[in-house]
Design a protein around this ligand. Sequence first.
Ligand code: PEP
Ligand code: MG
Length: 908
Amino acid sequence: MRGERPVAAKQKFVYSFTEGNKDLKDLLGGKGANLAEMTNLGLPVPPGFTITTDACKVFLQTGTEPGSLNEEITGHLVALEAQMGKRLGQADNPLLVSVRSGAKFSMPGMMDTVLNIGLSDASVTGLAAQSGNERFAWDSYRRLVQMFGKTVLGVDGELFEEALDEAKHAKGTADDLDLTAADLEALVATFKAIVLRETGRDFPQDPREQLDLAIHAVFHSWNGDRARLYRRQERIPNDLGTAVNVCTMVFGNLGEDSGTGVAFTRDPSTGAQGVYGDYLQNAQGEDVVAGIRNTLQLADLEQLDKKSYDELMTIMQTLENHYRDLCDIEFTIERGKLWMLQTRVGKRTAAAAFRIAVQLVDQGLIDLDEALHRVTGGQLAQLMFPRFAPTAETKPVAYGIAASPGAAVGKVVFDSYTAVKWSRSGEQVILVRRETNPDDLEGMIAAEGILTSRGGKTSHAAVVARGMGKTCVCGAEELEVDTKNRKFTTADGQVVHEGDVVSIDGANGRVYLGEVPVLPSPVVEYFEGTLHAGADVQGGLVQAVHRLMSHADGRRRLAVRANADNAEDANRARRYGAQGIGLCRTEHMFLGEERRKEVEHLILADNDKDRETALSSLLPLQKGDFLELFQSMDGLPVTVRLLDPPLHEFLPDITELSVRVALAEARKDPNENDLRLLQAVHRLHEANPMLGLRGVRLGLVIPGLFGMQVRAIAEAAAERKLAGADPRPEVMIPLVGTVQELELVRDECERVLAEVAASTGVNLDIKLGTMIELPRAAVTAGQIAEAADFFSFGTNDLTQTVWGFSRDDVEASFFTAYLEKGIFGVSPFETIDRDGVGALVKNAAQAGRATRPDLKLGVCGEHGGDPDSVHFFHEVGLDYVSCSPFRIPVARLEAGRAAIETAGSDSR
Ligand code: PEP
Ligand code: MG
């Protein structure tokens, strides 16, 4: 009938363990899916059922359970009771259950669990009779009231702990095990009184009410503070919800022939094969986690209970072969009977991940594609940085932003000059500034690490340090940096003077006073070529990295280039596997006093002659730079970007210069040059320099500037060609917003190229392309492609202009609040914002190729070395990513992973 919607099949919210499987993690959570998988493998899992994440989502959205949930739970409970031959909370023979959270991604200890549901004043005696152990029954009831009171009824857990301590104190003992059945019975009465006093209600005696309230509490715990914080850090989406597992209780605390433990099928910290784990006799699960008694090594279980141990070993082997990966396991032995309470593919360190992946290939359990899929660029990055080995006493004095990973130790200096001077005399220094600017570059190069109290992940310090592979902690706002007096002060008032030693950890943003020991990375030695690929160090780590890198290289479609502007970086990039330079920022070639002076002359020139003189002084310097770069990258493309930053960056600081001029005037000794400079600084001053006279705009208003650069490129290329080499420069025009800009500059470039070709007699085939880093350029990419041989997406500026976020400011100001509010899970300057900036990239790529099918497409923003973003660039069909030399291995690995993942999804 019209208007009538078909009745949807009734949604199922509860699955018995026999109904699920390991692939249903979205619905059943990791724990529920794996309990079902183990059940179906015939392993000894206590029977139970899982309430789905969908039920949790409905509950959290509407404040009530889905209508059919109650009925479904009843159905499953009845079946469970029939299977076990006892009813939940039955007075003379109670069935007891645990209620455990379990989300899709493991969130260890972040959500709630309640054990021993079903115990009451009536059933506690039944449990005593059933177990033949009165003490155990009262202890179980005591635990229920405590856990339920705290997690379900919201009573302050300390109140129970205090009462427990008092009971032990009265007994003159520190050990729970010395409390007798009578003591525990009294404690239950005390706990119940606490519940009544704190909540105004009695501890619920109805077992079904206990169960329902516990389920609701687990649902609610998805949105608890701990869980939210954990999700933010681990980038787990907020809308997944948790499943709830209701599982028959088994007891590890029934005497010496009982116990509980955790085990790993391989060592999760090294990857070494073998059996690792801990066992605690006569205990329940939370006792192991709480660390209240010293655990035994798993191997000791063999002596205590050989039958259970052997069975556990067989099960662990079964699980590893079945999951084809390292598994971690929780188990309980109840009076000599082994029960599996949980398994999952276990977390591991970065080194273990690489080793285990190749071990499994060698065992024939997985192929190389799968092995590559199982390691990440993030793990590789961790392996590449030297790391601190902090001792128990090392406590950070500040937490900044982890801007560029690594561990650096050195003497504090506060200016570039001292950094250079001290490092030349063999000192390791840490350059400490409020924030850095291009003037600090030499000091940054000389320093072991950089520490700033302001700025975020795309601040000058961060970007430059990452480019250099130098450790950097920025935005450590607790530190008060006083460069004038050469000291900084920590939040707790400690004053650190120039020359004092500090240690900074760029992987986590921590700042320590004094020297923390550092371990070198063999993986970097391997990429540098100083350690052979077959070197058997650190348990085969380098061999594992080599195998997976080689496989990634064989698989990837994306080429990987480097952002480099000097021979040293270019050479390193090549050693690390770069297939060319994707971005040479020529402004970096104008730093240093001598060259800056030449640029100053150019800016001050007010007639053609002076301008030409300045340009012709710069020409040989630039040409020399390019000769070196083309030599390093012989046979590979080198994309040279013409000058981009606003000119005032090459002029002295306005305040300093004003003071100097004012003082000179006061002395009646004005300096003509300073006066002209000051005028120029005022003339060029911009409120928004990032949106001002920079990029292609400079090329259009300063006659001859871009021409000089192109001439230097062309002459260097011609010279190399004449010497028999194979230079492959490409010229890139920055900050283009409209095709007209590009056409004008292109004409000039072509004219210069033709002149150089004619004068040298060398056939120069130099491609001319542009950056796409403004929204208008992205939107009109089809037109821009008419005048471009290639596009390189400048996703730093594109992110800045699409969001309207100043890239130098926002990360240190309001981004923390944005991250906390979940507006985004990660800074869009770090990982490409697929929906916004990414959509523009995708459309521009398509529009560009529609105009010019052979258009070469790359990316050279910071995102080019970010793992998630590399996957995106692969998906949208770019030809290459370009990133700082130190990130090249990560980009290679991730490009390989992206290729196998797409191949996998194509074949599905
Ligand atoms: C960009 O904007 O992404 C880019 C690579 O250029 P720069 O960072 O030098 O502005
Ligand atoms: Mg840019």
